[in-house]
Design a protein around this ligand. Structure first.
Ligand code: FES
Length: 161
């Protein structure tokens, strides 16, 4: 069940456009922010709000890297694995990240802090090897700069966040 305020905001936004489906991604992101990921309930809610079938929401969701259909950690790390980043050492970066976090691609740390997901070119090839954490770009990465970012995020984290 959505908070009334969010429900009303989404209804207002949708009512303001001619073709509600064009807001599908915005609605999915809003629901994902509320639920933590795009839960089955969120898919149903998005479909209801937009007046389309849940399967259409599922189809749209599969196209978007940043829509998560499974639970993710507080920090979602997308390491670019496309060609330019690979040429500049993204495999070393990803290997180091996996060892440092103790997880493999597609997994979340036991403390729920980090999820590691590969991603195709994120448009920051001039900063290769690059990654996004919660959609903020980092790069060009080195093992040292990566350690600094992860250590800072771990330090900043408090259980009440
Ligand atoms: S190839 Fe990695 S950001 Fe473009």
């Amino acid at each position: 069940m959505l908070p009334e305020e969010l429900q009303e905001k989404l209804e207002r936004d949708i009512a303001a456009v001619d073709h509600p489906k064009e807001l599908a991604v915005d609605v999915m992101f809003a629901l994902q922010k509320h639920y933590g990921y795009l839960t089955d309930e969120a898919v149903e809610t998005a479909a209801d709000l937009l007046g389309i079938a849940p399967v259409e929401i599922e189809e749209i969701a599969t196209f978007y890297t940043f829509v998560y259909r499974e639970p993710v950690g507080k920090y979602v790390i997308h390491v670019c694995d496309s060609l330019l980043c690979m040429l500049d050492g993204s495999e070393t970066i990803e290997d180091h990240l996996q060892r440092k976090l103790g997880i493999r691609a597609g997994e979340t740390t036991d403390d729920g802090l980090f999820t590691l997901l590969p991603v195709c070119c994120i448009g920051y090839c001039d900063r290769a090897p690059a990654m996004l954490i919660n959609r903020k770009v980092y790069g060009p990465l080195t093992v040292e700069s990566l350690d600094a970012v992860i250590d800072r995020l771990k330090t900043e984290h408090t259980p009440t966040d």
